[in-house]
Design a protein around this ligand. Sequence first.
Ligand SMILES: [Zn+2]
Length: 266
Amino acid sequence: MALIVFLAFLLGTFIGSFLNVVTQRLPKCATLGGRSACANCGRVLGLLDLIPVISFIALGGKCRTCKVEIHWRYLAMELVCGGLFAMSAWLYPPLDGLLVVKFLLSAIVCSVGLVTFVVDFEHFIILDRVTVVGSVLAFICVIVLDTMSGQGLFSRASLSVRALLGVACGMVPFFILWFVSGGKWLGFGDVKYMLFFGLTLGYPLVIVGLLFSFWLGALVSLPLLVLGRKQLTSRLPFGTFLVLGQITTLMYGPVFLHWYLRLIGF
Ligand SMILES: [Zn+2]
């Protein structure tokens, strides 16, 4: 078990290293192909510079040639992605076919979420390409899970139906909020992100995810408002809260829902 979690962590650091490239290049509309190079001296990075975490530490956080400091975000994203993958493996140890797909789904949510979080935080946008690719991959996982568990596609209690219900529960209210506010309360990227959000959580967890997101948003923005650091009209990257709510719900939503339903006497 410990070994599986550790291997998942290693895999996560490699994916995190790749996601770093995605968050740097896609917002500038550049392609993902081509080798990585030092932003300062332009030296193309070799294999030894590209080992996640290890390279950064071995080089002391500096470029091998020109000694300019490498931004800490590279290390941070590799570690965070590794941690999320490890947590996914802990919750869904990929030991049989069904669990492998569940682990994959969790890993997809973490990866797409991480990219969306960073890009929305930096640029105030949510990339359509990332949302769409994530949604397609997630829906494939859902269909495979339904098929493997013998649930039957699009039967009453199947994951696929719950996923589609989740999309409706997320996209419809967000579209109305966007429409009514003329895009002031949230961006259209947030509306489109609900496709991925709803698909991966499904009904009824999508409701828990939305609650978590709004609570987190309030928890962060209210102190900023009180301290006068932000005004009611200033923009907040709402997508970052959606991602946090989504990942928390994916991992701990069922526990929370169970606890809450018992609390209110179901
Ligand atoms: Zn350099």
